[in-house]
Design a protein around this ligand. Structure first.
Ligand code: NAD
Ligand code: TDX
Length: 345
């Protein structure tokens, strides 16, 4: 039986939030989910439209709206906070919405959680730790070695996005210590899977191929990301909500380190394209080199295990989803690419 029967999920119409809502509705029949989502460009009502009305409600609104948040938190047992401005490139061209949502929004939610003494889970990113050196740059280090992020790694964010996520983590940590907020945090590596906005790396390249456009690789393609399937992120957050220790930070990752050029060549291979069917474009300013998560403590303590341990298999399913759900992304494709073209990326 689930510990919390009424859950408020912020950002539940976005990529990871919607996958979490779908997981809860499928796997935990006793739970009722309320989604609070502003439906920004990244939120999509179609991510939830097929879910049963008896199990969930969508409230369209801003997490910065104190009155609305207070009202919703008063009638909930736990909050899982996904809502955020989430794209690094956008944070470089216009940081203001990141300050609004990631900082002011989180502040507003933890104030309401404190007032109503409600359990709070804060969803964050490994980007708060900054980046790690590429393995090849480490003298004497080979494949499978090199430092990874742990829950005690010093915060060192690089972009406006990651700085606001770091700030939101700090707010939650301060509210835990100073006000006894019943909160946990999770810092997770790069997610992939269905319903991811086509501005992000994997869906952008898959939909480029499907649109007859060459995929675009930033810089030299050597940057490394540590991929986890969004389903595994959902089960990890659920395990923390149910069994996590109040006040603690948990790292979620699936040992999925790959450099961008390798991921792209796997996509090209799986989609039947030549391995050189892509172009290098301008690099992202301040582009983090490498992320890598050490999730061993989370696995040990909570007994959580990712299901998608075979990245190629998870990627193939993800590609198939974009192939089968063209209606979901096709209308936005032109605008997303025009925006990238304006910054030569
Ligand atoms: P996303 O951009 O796909 O979705 C964000 C959702 O939040 C959208 O539905 C949007 O409408 C909503 N939202 C934005 N501003 C809002 C506001 N002011 N009020 C209410 N709703 C608002 O993002 P995502 O990739 O699903 O990321 C979700 C969370 O997970 C974020 O907190 C992000 O920092 C974190 N995270 C993401 C990744 C990743 O790889 N994408 C990895 C680790 C952590
Ligand atoms: O067209 C592209 N070409 C390219 O080479 C795009 C969009 C990206 N890239 C590179 C940049 C990164 O090295 O691919 C890598 C992944 O890029 P993104 O999908 O933009 O993700 P990233 O910047 O790593 O951040 C993601 O993971 C951590 C999420 O967007 C964040 O919300 C999360 O916190």
């Amino acid at each position: 039986m689930a510990k919390y029967k009424r859950i408020l999920v912020t950002g539940g119409a976005g990529f990871i939030g919607a996958n979490f809502v779908r997981y809860v509705i499928e796997e935990h029949p006793e739970v009722f989910v309320t989604v609070l989502d502003k439906l920004t460009y990244a939120g999509n009502i179609n991510n939830l439209i097929d879910l049963p009305e008896s199990r969930f409600k969508l409230v369209i609104g801003d997490i910065v709206d104190a009155e609305l948040v207070d009202q919703l938190v008063a009638e909930t047992d736990a909050i899982v906070h996904y809502a955020a401005e989430s794209h690094n490139d956008n944070s470089l061209s216009d940081p203001a919405p990141f300050i609004h949502t990631n900082l002011m929004g989180t502040f507003n939610l933890i104030e309401a959680a404190r007032k109503h003494d409600v359990r709070f889970h804060h969803v964050s990113t490994d980007e708060v730790y900054g980046d790690l050196p590429l393995r090849k740059d480490l003298p004497g280090r080979g494949e499978g070695e090199g430092e990874k992020f742990t829950p005690t790694t010093r915060y060192n964010p690089s972009s406006p996005y990651s700085a606001t996520k770091a700030g939101s983590d700090m707010l939650v940590k301060a509210w835990i210590r100073s006000f006894g907020l019943k909160a946990t945090l999770s810092n997770t590596s790069n997610n992939y899977g269905p319903y991811q906005h086509i501005e992000k790396f994997i869906p952008r390249q898959v939909t480029n191929v499907l649109s007859g456009v060459k995929p675009k690789l930033y810089g030299n393609g050597e940057n490394v990301r540590d991929w986890i399937h969004t389903y595994d992120h959902a089960t990890g957050v659920w395990a923390i909500l149910e069994k996590g220790q109040i006040g603690k930070t948990y790292l979620l990752g699936a040992n999925g380190e790959k450099d961008n050029v390798t991921v792209l060549k796997t996509i090209l291979d799986q989609m039947g394209c030549d391995s050189d069917y892509f172009e290098f474009v301008n690099d992202r300013p301040g582009h983090d080199l490498r992320y890598a998560i050490d999730a061993s403590e989370t696995r040990r303590e909570l007994g959580w295990q990712p299901k998608y341990n075979d990245f190629e298999n998870g990627l193939a399913k993800t590609i198939k989803w974009y192939e089968e759900n063209k209606d979901w992304w096709i209308q936005e494709k032109r605008d997303v690419e025009l925006k990238y073209a304006s910054i030569n990326r």
